[in-house]
Design a binder for this molecule. Sequence first.
Ligand code: TXA
Ligand code: MG
Length: 363
Amino acid sequence: MRRLHTRVVRVDPASPDTPALREAARALAAGCLVAFPTETVYGLGADAFNEAAVRRIFEVKGRPPDNPLIVHVALPEEAMRVARPDAGGLWEALARRFWPGPLTLVLPYRPGLPAATRAGLETVAVRVPAHPVAQALIRAAGCPVAAPSANRSGRPSPSTAQHVLDDLEGRVEWLIDAGPADVGVESTVLDLTADPPVVWRPGGVTLEALRGVLGRVEAEPGQAAAGPPPPSPGLKYRHYAPRAPLVLLEGSPRAVAAEIRRRLAEPGRGRVGLLVTEETLEALEQAYQGGSLPGRAAPFCVGRRREPETVARSLFEGLRTLDRLQPCVILAEAVEPSGLGLAVDNRLRKAAAGQVVHCAEPP
Ligand code: TXA
Ligand code: MG
């Protein structure tokens, strides 16, 4: 692939409408790739109606061509430029409640939208991002913007502009940097063409909040790689994967700390990455009688276990930071799968690819 110069511009979310942003928007409308911040994670944007630009998204990400993109629009009514209403007409109530925000709706596609954008499906995923810079970019570009997360396929999603550079520098024309993403995990993908509606990917809008509006919602995030092709193609790929194997540790902070201590005492010299909450780090320090952890331990604290919002915000930064240390393994603590914790749990389980240990409570 020919190496490009990636132009990086910093934009203040408080006053996003700058000449540089407008220039990036013109480039986007003219067929370039523009990475930009959203409230969930950074996205890699192209004009959703420009088939050649959309194909380049797949190429630069190394994304399987059968995994469709989310189309971003600035206003709820603009969703109908790429989609048609669902049979039950639920989309409007959801749009009123959750847009702009981290909810993606899967709807029947509107003819004219290129097959590449929807990976040949009869449906399209659409959302209205809340981030002021995403809003300003889409408005200025004047076209619906197809944008997957701006990472190389399979890697943890980018929650900062630096993460985008690490994966895509020299492959995309523009990167708009507006600081770290607020939510930190991607949008919830809700399929309204299914009855009852199905959540294919838990995310920034919680299942509990969706149930408050819809009543019945199915949640299918655990769907495995085997079996018939899943209706949401993203489900069948390994995701969020650091290069080192990741083991998910379930249990109380004390139980997880005891298991980590046991593993750190095993023979071996490689570094051991620890993706843990404050509570577990405290329990671990106590287990070493207030002393320091063994030198091979590399802890990254994701915040308090009871605050899934904080954990979500630091999750991908944690995975990427530990990955850079080239550990032989990453031991990650499981969180309560409710509220935003469900999205965190889903990303960690995918990263663990089945390596899950339930830690026994120490005596
Ligand atoms: O928060 C987000 O959603 C971010 C920001 C940039 O908006 N975008 C994002 O896109 O996470 P991506 O491409 O990484 O994930 C899109 C997910 C994939 O799992 C894909 O399979 C699913 O949405 N998806 C897209 N179109 C679909 C469709 N028509 N039916 C079912 N699933 C679909
Ligand atoms: Mg992604």
